[in-house]
Design a binder for this molecule. Structure first.
Ligand code: BGC
Length: 438
C-alpha cells in the first residue's frame, strides 16, 4: 500500500452495498420485505458493480477528471462464514482495483462501511463481544491478500453515525433503539478500529490506514444558555468523544447529565494515535434548540432551513443545513486535534434531485477546503459523495447524491452538470498549484 501518488487527490466516494449487486449482508436481510425503507426498496441489484459495471464507472470517473476513488469492500462477501474467506470474491476485488489503477485512480478502500456479515449480525452485530477480534482478522486478511492494490485503507466509516442510527435508533440494523446501546456500540467500534489498525500494520507495516469520521457542525439556535448547552452536548457526544479518544490522552470521557453520569467511553488500549490520516465526512450544520421533548437526542432539537435534503419527504434523514464554512472549520478542528496528520475530505455532498444546488455547493465547499489549507490544515484530498445516484440506506432509491445520474432500467449513466463543473474545478486547481490543491 504505497502512499498516495499525487499530492492532492480529487475524486468521489461510493460504498459497496450502495452500488454492488446482491450483497449478502445484514442490510440485505433488514431490507428484504421492504418495510425498512421509505420507498419500500432494497439495494437489490443496485448499480451492478459486482457483476461487472464497477469497471466502466471507474473509467467514467477518470474521464470526469478524477484521479482517486474511495470505495468499500464487503466483509460479508469476503468472509461469508467466520474464518472462511472467499478467494473468488478477493479475486473479483483484485480485478476491480487493478482496473481502477489502470484508469489512473489512487484507491482508498473502506473495510467497514455500515454493513456486516450475516453471521456477525447473528452473534450480536457490533455488540458481539468478539466483534473487534473478528474485524481484526478480516483486516489482516485484506492486507495480505489485497494490500498491494490499495493505496489508503479506511478501517471504519463513521462510528458515531452507525452507533446512532442502528443502536440508539431503529432505522438501521439491528435497530435497538436504546441510548445506552449507542455508547456500547461506539466503544466496540473504536475497539474494532484499534484492533483492525494494528492488524493492518502488523501484516503490512507500510499500510496507510486511517479512520473516517462524520463531523457535522452543531451550533446553538440562539444565545440562550440552554441552547448553547444542548448544542455543546450534541457536539461532545457525536463529534468530540471519538476525536478526543483518538487524539488525546483524555480517552476517558465523563457524562454530565442524568442517565449519562459516569464513564461513557472506557479507555481503549491502542486507540490513541491509531491512524496515519484522518477522514472527515461533512454534510452540514445543525442549529440546536433546547427541547425537553427531545430526550433521545440529548434534549436538543434541530432548527433547519435550506436543508441538505432538498425537497425531500418528511421523516427522512436530516443531513443538516448547507454551510460550507462548517467544512473549513471542521477541517481546522481536526488539524488542531492532530497536528501534522494528513486529512482527507472523505465525503461531502448534497441530496439534490435538481442538481442546481449541487453545482453551487460543490464550488462553495471546494473553496472552503482551500481556505482550510490556506490556514494551515494539511488536507490531502477531496472525495465528493457520491459518484453515482445510489441506494441511500433507509431512504432507499429516492435520495440522489450523485454527480452522475443512473437510469436503473437501462443502466445508462449520464453525468450531471455538477460532474462537468467538478471537472472544471479540478482542472483549475491543477493549473493554479503544482500540487493540485484547491
Ligand atoms: C455515509 C454514506 C451515505 C451518505 C449520505 C454518509 O453518512 O457514509 O454511506 O450515503 O452519508 O447520507
Amino acid at each position: 500500500m504505497s502512499a498516495s501518488k499525487t499530492p492532492f487527490l480529487w475524486g468521489a466516494a461510493t460504498s459497496h452495498h450502495q452500488v454492488e449487486d446482491d450483497e449478502p449482508s445484514d442490510w440485505a436481510d433488514w431490507t428484504r420485505d421492504g418495510s425498512r425503507t421509505i420507498d419500500r426498496s432494497s439495494a437489490g441489484h443496485a448499480l451492478g458493480w459486482w457483476s461487472g459495471r464497477a469497471e466502466e464507472d471507474l473509467t467514467l470517473a477518470a474521464t470526469l477528471g478524477h484521479d482517486a476513488h474511495r470505495l468499500g469492500l464487503s466483509w460479508a462477501r469476503l468472509e461469508p462464514e467466520p474464518g472462511r474467506f472467499d478467494e473468488q470474491a478477493f479475486d473479483r476485488y483484485a480485478r476491480l482495483l487493478d482496473h481502477g489503477h489502470g484508469a489512473g485512480l489512487t484507491i482508498m478502500a473502506t473495510l467497514l462501511h455500515f454493513t456486516l456479515p450475516r453471521w456477525l449480525a447473528r452473534e450480536g452485530a457490533c455488540l458481539a463481544p468478539r466483534f473487534p477480534e473478528r474485524f481484526a482478522r478480516f483486516c489482516d486478511r485484506v492486507a495480505r491478500r489485497l494490500g498491494d492494490r490499495i493505496d489508503l485503507v479506511a478501517t471504519i466509516n463513521e462510528p458515531s453515525v452507525l452507533a446512532f442510527m442502528a443502536y440508539a435508533g431503529k432505522r438501521w440494523p439491528p435497530g435497538l433503539g436504546r441510548i445506552d446501546a449507542f455508547f456500547r456500540a461506539l466503544a466496540q467500534l473504536l475497539r474494532a478500529h484499534a484492533a483492525g489498525y494494528a492488524a493492518l500494520r502488523d501484516a503490512r507495516p507500510d499500510t496507510e490506514a486511517g479512520i473516517v469520521l462524520n463531523a457535522p457542525r452543531f451550533e446553538p439556535a440562539s444565545d440562550r444558555r440552554r441552547d448553547q448547552l444542548a448544542a455543546h452536548l450534541q457536539d461532545r457526544f457525536f463529534n468530540a468523544l471519538v476525536l478526543d479518544a483518538l487524539t488525546t490522552r483524555a480517552a476517558r470521557m465523563r457524562g454530565v447529565v442524568g442517565p449519562l453520569r459516569g464513564e461513557v467511553l472506557p479507555h481503549i488500549p491502542g486507540l490513541r494515535g491509531s491512524f496515519r490520516w484522518l477522514g472527515l465526512n461533512y454534510y452540514g450544520r445543525y442549529r440546536v434548540r433546547f427541547d425537553l421533548g427531545a430526550a433521545g437526542t440529548l434534549f436538543g432539537a434541530h432548527e433547519t432551513t435550506h436543508n441538505v435534503r432538498m425537497g425531500h419527504a418528511e421523516g427522512s434523514t436530516d443531513w443538516g443545513e448547507l454551510h460550507a464554512d462548517g467544512l473549513r472549520d471542521q477541517l481546522l478542528r481536526f488539524a488542531a486535534a492532530s497536528p501534522g496528520t494528513p486529512l482527507y475530505v472523505t465525503e461531502n455532498g448534497v441530496m439534490d434531485p435538481t442538481d442546481r444546488v449541487r453545482v453551487l455547493e460543490l464550488e462553495r465547499h471546494v473553496s472552503a477546503v482551500g481556505e482550510a489549507i490556506a490556514r494551515g490544515a494539511l488536507v490531502r484530498g477531496y472525495f465528493h459523495w457520491s459518484l453515482l445516484d445510489n441506494f441511500e440506506w433507509a431512504e432507499g432509491w429516492q435520495a440522489p447524491f450523485g454527480l452522475v445520474a443512473v437510469d436503473r432500467a437501462s443502466g445508462v449513466r449520464t453525468p450531471k452538470p455538477s460532474a462537468l463543473r467538478y471537472r472544471e474545478l479540478i482542472a483549475a486547481a491543477r493549473a493554479r498549484h503544482s500540487g493540485g490543491a484547491p
